[in-house]
Write a protein that binds this ligand. Structure first.
Ligand SMILES: Cc1cc2nc3c(=O)[nH]c(=O)nc-3n(C[C@H](O)[C@H](O)[C@H](O)COP(=O)(O)OP(=O)(O)OC[C@H]3O[C@@H](n4cnc5c(N)ncnc54)[C@H](O)[C@@H]3O)c2cc1C
Ligand code: FES
Length: 354
């Protein structure tokens, strides 16, 4: 059901002391389809267990010849240490198909505001390439707020500074540095509610009219606590919820799995994008994804924690409880279901990957 692909690392460039960009070429030589803001789900078997991690493209289709991903090392992290420290040009990687919904708007907004921290700049960098280098939405003003420790640890700083000078009046960047003073366009401050509100207002000309609120699209990719602060501030300022887009790299905490009851089963039917239908039974208390994987049915997934959206399928029959950290949603026909945190509640559930 899932389409996997092999890649060869064609080059490896250090961005900061703990991050690198890997350029990738598909070993099958076929074209690569992806959109700015999407990610590549990498797959690796470690100690006999398949592990997956998402890495956003830092490249932009139509501009960069080869897709690229940018990885920041996480202490003791299984994948990021291997990719940042050990991987070499020539090494082979395995992935599932590019996925993700952190996409540019389909129509030109009057303003775009981006908030990034650390490696959260990666999908935003791909958006910025499309906007600035390929000239998408030329009349849209773009403001980037970018939080880091210091300039040496700020991924893509050189390119971003160059854009600030090349596109004055269209693109601005404010850095928030916690450990370095006196850097151009930077504030030596942690980004909190009051500062975020002040900078947002400044980026939008000082006054929020209904027209500005409606015509501003906002993209957040940062640690959960920073994005929560931004969401609250934007809510108080009255920005419509549907104009705020967020990409979460790691959930704040993981929801524990439920206890499995092997005496009860649910019947699941899934139809994939080619129209092929697969039917199987899972135990009560099992997520739809885990029940499928246990039986060797390879439904798409990456994070298994409800944040990457690569497992989304549309429910066409039955009811499912989708158990997020902060809430459990009861969903039925028509809803998109995260199969990795989705527990059937009706005897049968039918899903379609569309
Ligand atoms: C949609 C999406 C896009 C992503 N894009 C990128 C990207 O472009 N670049 C990138 O570097 N990463 C990206 N990530 C994060 C990436 O998928 C991994 O989670 C990250 O590299 C850590 O994996 P690991 O195997 O090294 O660490 P793990 O072995 O999974 O974790 C080790 C420990 O570190 C903690 N941890 C995991 N990730 C982080 C983090 N980011 N910050 C702080 N602590 C963490 C874990 O909770 C755990 O305690 C993305 C994630 C998602 C869901
Ligand atoms: S696998 Fe990431 S949201 Fe389900």
């Amino acid at each position: 059901m899932e389409q996997k692909r092999h890649w060869r690392i064609s080059s490896k460039n250090r961005e900061t002391p703990d991050s690198v960009t890997l350029r990738l070429e598909p070993t099958d030589g076929r074209p690569v389809a992806y959109l700015p803001g999407q990610y590549l789900p990498l797959i690796r078997t470690i100690n006999g267990r398949e592990e997956r991690r998402a890495y956003s493209f830092s490249s932009c289709p139509g501009l960069d010849n080869q897709p690229a991903i940018t990885i920041k090392r996480v202490p003791n992290g299984l994948f990021s240490n291997w990719l940042v420290q050990e991987s070499q040009p020539g090494d082979l990687l395995l992935s599932a198909a590019p996925a993700g919904q952190f996409l540019l708007p389909t129509q030109a907004p009057r303003h775009l505001i981006y908030l990034a921290a650390g490696s959260g700049i990666t999908p935003i960098f791909s958006h910025l390439k499309k906007l600035l280098e390929l000239g998408l939405f030329p009349d849209t003003s773009i403001a980037l707020f970018y939080a880091n420790r210091d300039s040496a640890n700020t991924i893509f700083k050189k390119q971003i500074d160059q854009w600030v000078h090349t596109f004055p009046g269209r693109f601005s960047c404010t850095y928030f540095l916690s450990r370095e003073k006196a850097v151009e366009n930077a504030l030596f401050r942690h980004l909190g509610n009051a500062l975020f509100e002040r900078e947002t207002l400044r980026a939008l000309g000082g006054k929020l009219t209904p027209g500005i609120l409606k015509n501003t699209q906002i993209y957040l990719c940062a640690p959960v606590a920073l994005m929560r602060m931004a969401q609250m501030t934007l809510g108080v300022l009255d920005f419509p919820k549907e104009n705020i887009h967020q990409e979460t790299f790691v959930p704040e905490r993981q929801q524990p799995l439920r206890t499995i009851d092997t005496s009860q089963t649910h019947h699941i039917a899934v139809t994939d994008r080619t129209g092929a239908r697969t039917e199987f039974d899972i135990y009560a208390g099992e997520t739809i994804l885990n029940g499928a994987l246990r039986q060797g049915i390879d439904l798409p997934y990456t994070c298994k924690t409800g944040v990457c959206l690569s497992c989304l399928a549309r429910c066409v029959h039955g009811n499912v409880e989708v158990q997020f950290v902060e809430q459990t949603r009861h969903e039925g026909p028509g809803a998109l279901i995260n199969t990795c945190i989705g527990y059937p509640v009706s005897p049968t559930v039918e899903l379609v990957y569309d």
